[in-house]
Design a protein around this ligand. Structure first.
Ligand SMILES: Nc1ncnc2c1ncn2[C@@H]1O[C@H](COP(=O)(O)OP(=O)(O)OP(=O)(O)O)[C@@H](O)[C@H]1O
Ligand SMILES: [Mg+2]
Length: 369
C-alpha cells in the first residue's frame, strides 16, 4: 500500500485561491477523513489527489512518486462518489467487471475477482439485477465493488453515504469500516458530517476556507481542539463557548463569566492564561452535572427548550446572555428537567481559548516556546 503526501498543495481558479497550500501525510493503510463546512475545499482536495482537478501549486506524492502530471488512470487510485455513477443498462456483475474488461483482464480472472468482491459486499444474490432494481444501499455497495476490484493503492471517497437515509447511512458506515479493516487500503474520505468523521477515521483533518485547522485522532480533536473553529465543529452538539476574563483567585487563575460566576481553570489550561486576558471558555454539553455538587462551581441558567432523545435529552438554555446546550441522561423522564435553574461544571474538562486569535491556550501537541 502507498502513502499519500500533499506538500503545499494549492488550487486556484483564475486569481481566486480555494485551497491555500495544504500539507498532509496520509500514512500507508491509514483511513483519513477530511471534514469541514460546505465550500471549504474538501472535494477539490480529493479531486486533485484523484487527478480529476489540475494542481495549481505544490507537490502530490503517491507512494514516493510525484504524480502532479500523471493521468488519473495511471495513478492507481479508485474513487467512490456521492452519486454512484453506475451504468444503468448493465447489471451488477457487468458494472463491477467493467473496469477490468477495459483493462483486458483475463475472462476467468474477472469472474473470480467479481465473485470474491460480491461475496465481501453481500451482492452475490443481486449480480443479475440492473441498478434501477436496487435499493440505495445496494447501489452504494456496487459502486464500492467497482472500486475494490481494481485493487488500487488508494481509495478516495467523496461523501459516498450522503444520498442514503439515516439508518442505511449508519449501516454502510459500519460496512466501510469493516471493509477497511479487512483490505487495509490507504483511504481518504470526504464528508461534512462530523459523526461520520469521528466514527470512521484513524485521523481527522478539519478544514475551513481552504486551510487545515487541525489534524488528529478523533479523540485528540474532541479532547483538545486547537481552536474555536474545531471546538465548534467536532462533537454533537459541539462545545459551548462563553465569554470570560481571566482573574486571579485563591486557587490560581479562574475564568470570570459574570459578576457572580467564576470557574477555576484546570492547571494545564491556567498555565497559558494571563490575568486580565479576554478568553472564551469551552464547556462540552456532556461536561456539566445537574445534581448538586458542593465541590464544583455553580452556574445559573434559563431553560428555553428541552429536546428528548430517549435515554438522553438536550437542554437548550441561556447562560450569561449566551446560548448553552446541555446533554444529560433522562433516566426515563424529562419533566424533572424543567425545574432546573443551575448546573455544575466539571472543571477538569474546561477548555480556554484566546478571544482574539481563537487559539486554545493549552496545546499538548505544540511545544511551548
Ligand atoms: N470551477 C470553479 N470555479 C471557481 N470556483 C470553484 C470552482 N469549483 C469549485 N469552486 C470553489 O471552490 C471552493 C471549494 O469547493 P469544494 O467543492 O472543494 O467544496 P467542498 O468542501 O467539497 O464543499 P461541499 O461540502 O459543499 O461539497 C468553493 O468555494 C467553490 O465555490
Ligand atoms: Mg464536496
Amino acid at each position: 500500500m502507498s502513502q499519500v503526501v500533499l506538500e503545499k498543495i494549492v488550487k486556484s481558479y483564475g486569481d481566486v485561491d480555494v485551497v491555500h497550500g495544504i500539507d498532509l501525510t496520509v500514512a500507508s493503510k491509514e483511513f483519513v477523513v477530511l471534514v469541514g463546512p460546505s465550500g471549504c475545499g474538501k472535494s477539490t482536495t480529493l479531486r486533485m489527489i484523484a487527478g480529476l482537478e489540475e494542481i495549481s501549486g505544490g507537490k502530490l506524492y503517491i507512494g514516493d512518486k510525484v504524480v502532479n502530471d500523471v493521468a488519473p488512470k495511471d495513478r492507481d487510485v479508485a474513487m467512490v462518489f456521492q452519486n454512484y455513477a453506475l451504468y444503468p443498462h448493465l447489471n451488477v456483475y457487468e458494472n463491477i467487471a467493467f473496469g477490468l474488461r477495459i483493462r483486458k483482464v483475463d475472462k476467468e480472472e474477472i469472474k473470480r475477482t467479481v465473485a470474491e468482491v460480491a461475496e465481501i459486499l453481500s451482492l452475490t444474490p443481486l449480480l443479475e439485477r440492473k441498478p434501477a432494481d436496487l435499493s440505495g444501499g445496494q447501489r452504494q455497495r456496487v459502486a464500492m465493488g467497482r472500486a475494490i476490484v481494481r485493487h488500487p493503492e488508494v481509495f478516495l471517497f467523496d461523501e459516498p453515504l450522503s444520498n442514503l437515509d439515516a439508518q442505511l447511512r449508519t449501516q454502510m458506515r459500519a460496512e466501510i469500516k469493516r471493509l477497511h479493516k479487512r483490505l487495509g487500503v490507504t483511504s481518504v474520505y470526504v464528508t461534512h458530517d462530523q459523526v461520520e468523521a469521528m466514527t470512521l477515521a484513524d485521523r481527522i483533518v478539519v478544514m475551513s476556507q481552504g486551510r487545515i485547522e487541525q489534524v488528529g485522532t478523533p479523540m485528540e480533536l474532541f479532547m483538545n481542539p486547537a481552536n474555536r473553529f474545531v471546538a465548534g465543529f467536532i462533537g454533537s452538539p459541539p462545545m459551548n463557548q462563553l465569554k470570560a476574563v481571566i482573574v486571579d483567585s485563591k486557587d490560581g487563575p479562574a475564568a470570570q463569566l459574570s459578576e457572580t460566576v467564576q470557574i477555576p481553570l484546570p492547571a494545564a489550561e491556567g498555565m497559558g492564561a494571563a490575568i486580565g486576558q479576554s478568553v472564551i471558555i469551552g464547556i462540552r454539553p456532556e461536561d456539566v452535572l445537574l445534581e448538586a455538587n458542593e465541590s464544583l462551581p455553580t452556574v445559573p441558567l434559563e431553560i428555553n427548550l428541552i429536546e428528548p432523545l430517549g435515554s438522553e435529552a438536550l437542554i437548550h438554555a441561556v447562560v450569561a446572555d449566551e446560548p448553552f446546550v446541555i446533554k444529560t441522561d433522562t433516566h426515563g423522564d424529562i419533566d424533572h428537567l424543567n425545574h432546573i435553574t443551575q448546573f455544575y461544571v466539571n472543571v477538569d474538562r474546561v477548555k480556554v481559548f484566546d478571544e482574539k486569535s481563537g487559539l486554545a491556550l493549552y496545546r499538548p501537541d505544540q511545544k511551548r516556546g
